[in-house]
Design a protein around this ligand. Structure first.
Ligand code: GUN
Length: 286
């Protein structure tokens, strides 16, 4: 059986991150300040803790100074708004990231709306989501869609005119990714929890992107021969980290496929580093 091309998010991330580091090093040599990212974690969600630590570590490696805020589970919306208000005007902070999901007593949309859009490196503020609709380059594209776009570009997978099927229409990935893929000229189908007979759609995909968090939702009989398969899911199954895609079986059908871990995950963090650098360069007029 033919082995597919593995879309190696770790390798591609390493390449992009080394270029980010070179740029930041050159700014530091010119005597400029360090780029800064504030990362806010509310509560004790173990997965969120891992993601936040990965982001902080990745910042350190490329020379971005990070400011980590760990707030208790019972934090109120007002307390979080007060912190964001301080960070919005802090000259050392180029990016503000509030790790999602937030505890249920906090109004997530109110928090996102309070972030200065010019520091919204997650790209979740309505102004940045709106810029994705308007296709203006000066907004921030959410990190996972941006990372997927860069991964596809790296492997010269062109999107123009392609049939892209996205499974999952969440706020963080599915919805902004739909807009970005449209921007790139793809014909996009979006499937979600209410979609009847998912397979009917996934089988049409030249590029299939799954972002549901349902372990092994995508089976081999749901994938067209020669498709490019992008797996955004990260879940635990029998103590193992798995994606939305039944990788071991689907890989023989796919022309190219992302592994989990080591596919989209690192690209998301790379997207965040790029957005933070973009914000810094804009603030410093570079
Ligand atoms: N939770 C899951 N993915 C993300 C992300 O990209 N950004 C934030 N802030 N929270 C998340």
């Amino acid at each position: 059986m033919k082995e597919p091309l593995i879309l190696d998010g770790r390798k591609v991330s390493e390449e992009i991150r080394s270029k980010i580091k070179e740029k930041i090093d050159s700014y530091k040599e010119r005597g400029l300040r360090d780029p800064g990212l504030a990362v806010i974690l509310v509560g004790e969600d173990p997965a969120s803790k891992i993601y936040v630590n990965n982001k902080v570590k990745a910042c350190a490696k490329v020379g971005i100074k990070s400011f980590k805020f760990e707030l208790p589970q019972n934090t109120t919306t007002q307390e979080l708004l007060d912190l964001i208000s301080d960070l919005n005007t802090d000259p050392e902070v180029d990016g503000i990231l509030v790790q999602l999901p937030l505890p249920p007593q906090i109004d997530q949309q109110e928090i996102i709306n309070a972030i200065n859009p010019s520091k919204d490196v997650d790209g979740f503020h309505p102004q940045n989501m709106g810029k994705l609709v308007a296709r203006t380059e000066d907004g921030f594209i959410p990190c996972t869609p941006l990372g997927i776009d860069l991964l596809l570009q790296h492997y010269s997978i062109n999107l123009k005119g392609k049939d892209v099927v996205i499974v999952g229409e969440g706020f963080i990935v599915g919805r902004p990714l739909t807009l970005l893929m449209l921007w790139r000229g793809a014909t996009v189908t979006v499937c979600h929890i209410h979609t009847r007979d998912l397979k009917r759609f996934t089988l049409q995909a030249e590029i299939l992107i799954s972002a549901t968090g349902v372990p092994h939702l995508i089976k081999e009989d749901m994938v067209k021969e020669g498709a490019v398969v992008i797996d955004v899911g990260i879940s635990k199954k029998d103590g193992k980290i798995v994606g939305d895609v039944d990788f071991e079986k689907v890989k023989y059908k796919a022309k190219a496929i992302t592994p989990v871990p080591g596919g989209v995950g690192p690209m998301t963090v790379t997207g965040l580093l790029l957005n933070t650098l973009k914000s810094y360069e804009r603030r410093e007029r570079l």
